[in-house]
Design a protein around this ligand. Structure first.
Ligand SMILES: O=P(O)(O)OP(=O)(O)OP(=O)(O)OC[C@H]1O[C@@H](n2cnc3c(O)ncnc32)[C@H](O)[C@@H]1O
Ligand SMILES: [Mg+2]
Length: 205
């Protein structure tokens, strides 16, 4: 049997990484061995300063591929709130100041929307996923997940803004869905699905 192709999945967010791995594993691509950042030597990572999710996802995947020589997948994602002119957007991870404080970020968005009536609480999660092959192709795709912002957090699944995001057609928050339900509908699941053929091609499968 030919040796499996190693694919670096570059995220520092443990819960996001788990979702990326789960979706890629569920896609059933054979001959691909998923590798995390903790399994490769540390390398400098550029700050996420692009104006778009696509720009940041490409930067992360390029850094990972250049440093390791492995094909690399990265996700840059966030929440776009209609009443906030599509913010927090690319600033989602650090909306309240510090990086990755999910509870503070969520509380700030809720406070900013405190006077908003139901019809003005529209939002969408967006994920850009990039695949970079060293010395080869680069691709970047986008998935979106429309919904509304609830008035208070519910559920303890998922991560980030999931407790206050109610997907279109749902009464539960994203944090109340099973992992399989979230993957089937989410921005990340929809983005990664578009990369599966290119990933399968890496393994020649
Ligand atoms: O850049 P990496 O290392 O992958 O990890 P990160 O957490 O910094 O990730 P991003 O820069 O892409 O920021 C995305 C933020 O958007 C939010 N977010 C993205 N996807 C989400 C999801 O599925 N559910 C809830 N919140 C999400 C959450 O606050 C994330 O921290
Ligand atoms: Mg980040």
């Amino acid at each position: 049997m030919p040796e499996a192709v190693r694919l670096l999945v570059a995220s520092r967010n443990a819960k996001k990484l788990k979702e990326l791995r789960r979706v890629l594993e569920a896609a059933g691509v054979s001959g691909i061995d998923l590798v995390g950042l903790d399994e490769v030597p540390p390398f400098p990572e550029a700050p996420e300063t692009a104006a778009s999710f696509e720009g940041n996802a490409l930067a992360k995947a390029r850094d990972g591929a250049a440093a390791t020589g492995l094909p690399c997948v990265a996700d840059d994602s966030g929440l776009e709130v209609d009443a906030l002119n599509a913010m927090p957007g690319v600033l989602s991870a650090r909306w309240s100041g510090g990086h990755g404080d999910d509870a503070a970020n969520t509380a700030l968005v809720l406070a900013q929307l405190s006077d908003m009536p139901d019809e003005r609480r529209g939002a969408a999660f967006v994920s850009a996923c990039a695949l970079v092959v060293p010395g080869g192709d680069e691709s970047v795709v986008r998935g979106t997940w429309p919904g509304t912002i609830a008035r208070e957090p519910r559920g303890d699944g998922g991560f980030g803004y999931d407790p206050v995001f109610v997907p279109e057609g749902e009464s539960r928050s994203a944090a109340q869905l099973t992992p399989e339900e979230k993957d089937a509908a989410s921005h990340r699941g929809r983005a990664l699905a578009q990369l599966v053929p290119a990933i399968a091609a890496l393994a020649g499968s």
